[in-house]
Design a protein around this ligand. Structure first.
Ligand SMILES: [Zn+2]
Length: 85
């Protein structure tokens, strides 16, 4: 188990398809892919990075993919990542 250097939240590292490791939150989320206005970036267990709308129930216009949200998107100290590159 890893922790975010910036905020101390427990995270996991997933290797994406292009070989980079991305820090992600532990909990799984479902997003709807294929709709307009995606608002959430997830990484699947297989390392695919996908944008979709955070799915909270209701009508499905695209398809549902489950993965983990990039920790960069939710980290309260994300600004430190940007400064340090
Ligand atoms: Zn963090």
């Amino acid at each position: 188990m890893s922790k975010c250097r910036a905020c101390g939240t427990k995270i996991r590292w997933i290797q994406t398809k292009n070989g980079r490791y991305m820090p992600v939150n532990l909990e799984n989320v479902s997003v709807e892919v294929g709709t307009l206005e995606p608002d959430t970036c997830i990484v699947t267990e297989g390392g695919s990075v996908l944008w979709g709308r955070h799915y909270r129930g209701g009508e499905i216009n695209g398809y549902i993919v489950t993965g983990r949200i990039s920790h960069f998107a939710t980290c309260p100290a994300a600004g430190r990542f940007r400064r340090s590159g």
